[in-house]
Design a protein around this ligand. Structure first.
Ligand code: G6P
Length: 608
């Protein structure tokens, strides 16, 4: 899940390549590099760590050239050193790669036996070595590219330049996304349309198995058999997105505060506020007829799916099979072809989620995509697309995408309940009225809880371990709270079903490990309070996130109680997301971590 870009231009490209990389930094930030062709020879600058290190290198030692490729890395094979940073050079061939070449070890042995000397530990170098070998064997550039693509297996988005051809970039896609941007006398290549937004909004997407030759006047695209194929030009809306922090310290903070507005957009798409009804969903899935639903996703999107399971089962009486995509794809789940499957993904490019989608498609299920990026692979391969309309999310830890995913899943579950006759028109009206309250309630919470959260975050930043507990839809939320905290503050945290406390985690309870209990005053409240008693009886310190009724009903002493407005169960997961996001955010700020780009993580995970 690295980011790649390329420009075959008519003015110097190094600066523009780095600008484009900045828009791809969410894909990885272990190292970065740029290569151009200067006077018939390859030239490059690379640097370990984040992009500003590469910018510094370029300021010290500028790079000329009107054609170039560049890369921001999330290390898979080989440490994130400058030596392993892309572009990789072998005998006049330069390569950048996003993905994993799965047969690299076998190819490497073969190339070494043939006399090649490898200078990196990366899987990518075999691509450059193979191309160089085919050139030495006398193949032309295009033939060498085609021959290389027939040898490598795995996932890749590739961009290649040859020192002896300063007017062509070659590209290939198998798995990770790749977009071609059409300019005037210049052509562009990038892992997504947002990277290319400053240059052009005319985009063609390569599909799996495509490879392409880009010249200054256009692109020729081929399939794996070498036949020409056409990929339509689309006008991308990516340029409309303003990607800056406004007056916030971090993108994450900005995105947390954008939630009332983002959710309004999502709601406007799915809900008719006048009629208090959900709008009919896009064709492709008939929720009235499906016997069951499969849901699969990764990370935070999976936890949104888990909340969705509760809703589909409760409101639509629709059984849901759910698993993280990395397990789902290999579990050989017996699937009913009459069923439908939903795949939830902010980026729409997560490799495991896409593979699970394809597995379900092969088994004849109707496919729905709950995505933020409508032009993504997951959206393109689905029968029905349910956009979450969150706008670009830059912070690696997902916040507004999560609550927008929840909003869309709630609307879909209510719509399914209506279609299946398990919700009456009055039920639908009442639920939709609650959904419509969300932006206002969220804005109120964001305006009021900051001081108590900051105070608490100061205490949490001194802890080594934190336990989150919840029941019902608060259980996936407990897991999301723990995930957020560990992602950005690096504090070890676990989320548990409150009822499971006594089956293990209770052994950990002492005065050093805060237990954060998410418990709105809902039908599970009394049970959760009993679990809190068990924590209190063992000297555990409780942070209680509840509503006014809950705070009044519990007589337990807590380390802190965060009181949220009384809300209906259907919107509680979205409202209770705010304190857990803010708690993780402020704890990380106190600890001085890199909130938007936490260590070792990446936002778009296009490798298995
Ligand atoms: C990464 C991100 C998470 C995200 C997950 C799934 O791990 O850091 O924030 O939830 O991928 O990504 P997706 O784009 O499929 O929602």
């Amino acid at each position: 899940m690295c980011g790649i870009v390329g420009i075959v231009g008519n003015q110097p490209v190094a600066g523009r390549l780095v600008d484009a990389l900045k828009r791809l930094e969410y894909r990885g930030y272990d190292s970065a590099g740029v290569a151009t062709i200067v006077d018939g020879a390859l030239a490059r600058r690379r640097a370990e760590g984040k992009l500003f290190n590469l910018e510094k290198r370029l300021a010290e030692e500028p790079l000329a050239g009107t054609i170039g490729i560049a890369h921001t890395r999330w290390a898979t094979h080989g440490a994130p050193t400058e030596g392993n940073a892309h572009p990789h050079f072998v005998d006049g061939v330069a390569v950048v790669h996003n993905g994993i070449i799965e047969n690299f070890s076998e190819l490497k042995d073969e190339l070494i036996a043939d006399g090649a000397t490898f200078s990196t530990q990366t899987d990518t170098e075999v691509v450059a070595q193979l191309l160089a070998k085919y050139r030495r064997d006398g193949l032309g550039r295009r033939e060498a590219m085609h021959a290389m693509l027939r040898r490598v297996t795995g996932a890749y988005a590739l961009a290649v330049i040859f020192a002896d051809d300063p007017s062509t970039i070659m590209a290939a896609r198998s798995g990770p996304p790749l977009a071609i941007g059409h300019g005037h006398g210049e052509m562009f290549l990038g892992s997504d349309a947002i990277a290319l937004a400053p240059f052009t909004n005319e985009i063609s997407y390569l599909v799996d198995g495509d490879w392409a030759i880009l010249g200054r006047d256009g692109a020729h695209i081929f399939d794996m058999d070498g036949n020409r194929v056409e990929r339509p030009k689309q006008v991308s809306s990516a340029a409309a997105y303003l990607i800056d922090k406004g007056n916030h310290r971090h993108f994450m903070e900005k995105e947390i505060h954008e939630q009332p507005e983002a959710i309004s957009h999502a709601l406007g798409h799915y809900v008719d506020f006048l009629e208090h009804a959900v709008r009919p969903v896009a064709g492709g899935i008939d929720f009235a007829k499906v016997p069951s639903l499969a849901i699969s996703a990764c990370g935070t999107a999976y936890l949104a799916g888990l909340v969705g399971k509760y809703w589909f089962e409760r409101y639509a009486r629709l059984p849901v099979e759910i698993d993280v995509a990395s397990e789902f794809r290999y579990r050989e789940i017996p699937l009913n072809p009459e069923s439908a499957a939903l795949f939830i993904s902010q980026s729409g490019e997560t490799a495991d989620t896409l593979a699970s989608l394809r597995y379900c498609k092969e088994h004849g299920l109707k496919i729905g995509a709950v995505v933020n990026t409508r032009e993504s692979s997951i959206a393109r391969e689905s029968d029905a697309v349910f956009p979450i309309l969150a706008g670009p999310e830059i912070g690696v830890a997902s916040t507004k995408a999560f609550t927008c995913q929840l909003t869309v899943l709630a609307a879909l579950a209510i719509g399914a309940g209506k279609a299946r006759g398990t919700l009456t028109a009055a039920d639908e009206k009442a639920l939709v009225r609650h959904l419509a309250e969300m932006p206002r309630v969220m804005a109120g919470v964001l305006n009021t809880i900051q001081p108590s959260i900051e105070q608490l975050a100061r205490d949490l930043s001194k802890c080594k371990d934190v336990l989150y507990l919840g029941r019902g839809t608060s259980y996936p939320l407990a897991m999301e709270g723990a995930l957020k905290l560990k992602e950005i503050s690096y504090i070890h945290a676990e989320g548990y079903a409150a009822g499971e406390l006594k089956h293990g985690p209770i052994a950990l309870i002492d005065e050093n490990m805060p237990v954060i209990v998410i418990a709105p005053h809902d039908r599970f409240f009394e049970k959760t309070v009993s679990n809190m008693q068990e924590v209190a009886a063992r000297g555990g310190r409780i942070i209680f996130i509840t509503d006014a009724k809950g705070a009044a009903a519990s007589k337990l002493e807590t380390m802190a109680t965060i009181v949220l407005p009384d809300v209906d169960e259907v919107i509680a997961p979205m409202i209770y997301s705010l304190p857990i996001q803010l708690l993780a955010y402020h704890t990380a700020v106190f600890m001085g971590t890199d909130v938007d780009q936490p260590r070792n993580l990446a936002k778009s995970v296009t490798v298995e």
